[in-house]
Design a protein around this ligand. Sequence first.
Ligand code: NAD
Length: 329
Amino acid sequence: MKIICYGAIEMEEPYIQNWANRNKVEVKLVRDELCANNAGLAKGFDGVSSEGTTPVEASVYKKFKQYGIKQLAVRQVGVDNQDLDAAKENGIMITNVAAYSPRAIAELGVTGAMYLLRKIGVYQNRMEHGDFTYDEKTISTEIFNCTVGLIGAGHIGGASAQIYSALGAKVLTYDPFYDASLEPYTTYTDLDTILAEADIISLHTPLLPSTENTINKDTISKMKKKPILINVARGGLVDTQALIAGLKSGQISGAALDTLADETDFYGKKNLPNTLPQDYEELKAMPQVLITPHIAFFTKLAIKNSMEIALNDAKTIISGGKVRSVVNL
Ligand code: NAD
């Protein structure tokens, strides 16, 4: 059996080689993310795995079909860069890894919340100018005195609820699907209540037409507590211009963003200083904003699990078996 892995990062290599040896599968690694230009490399392989955010065009699945390939195992949660219908039309089963380490992502969200709560960016900015003062503008709140509002409580939102609850915060959740196992950690409510009552608003929904720009001019206007916004989910959940306006007016007191809308052009690349799109440069320059380069998933356990689960699914499907992780049935 031969599998080609696109978007393979150096750190994955030892785990993939180890899996390949154990499973007696030949695995070829390709550094570039899967796209129309390199789909041809899959010719002669039995299966495909990919990771990344580059949009995958319908022509890619058509090629896979011609090569007799039946699956594409995505080594991450998000599949919003895939054309699920086009894949289905070409008989390609797309699988994802729904939970490789929800704690990894949840912990970065909490890290951002603590950083912003204690105004670290603002103090660092002052100290760079030799200013060691503090005043009423930079006074903090303890986390156990905060109300945290989670929008979306699946794997990662659920893990976030557990951590915030363990820290003593009051946790509110808005999610149309109720999960009884989260009862000890959170209280389910509606979106407007979260907007009105939360000191920290944390986004954990997938990017769907129904969730795009969840944080917009209207929802920001309903935020009563001048909250901190945490986005470790998908950039498209936030209307960037509305966020900038909210931060400038003080309606939002800070933002920790691990994902940015339209990040494909600069994600994972070494960009020259001041070459990000104007709105991101503007956000980056704000001391009450923390931007990380989409690394919430980047822990040793997450890398190992995402690779291992995806390749196990690929192997099972290639061998004629069934898996539960197909996202385009
Ligand atoms: P999940 O599918 O387990 O949970 C998503 C939850 O959102 C579900 O419970 C669903 O009911 C809920 N939801 C859907 N629409 C909603 C709406 N309109 N309002 C409120 N809730 C809604 O997903 P997950 O694994 O927890 O992932 C959450 C997000 O994190 C996804 O956007 C994913 O792409 C992103 N993610 C980011 C990173 C990173 O490195 N930054 C890593 C992994 C996942």
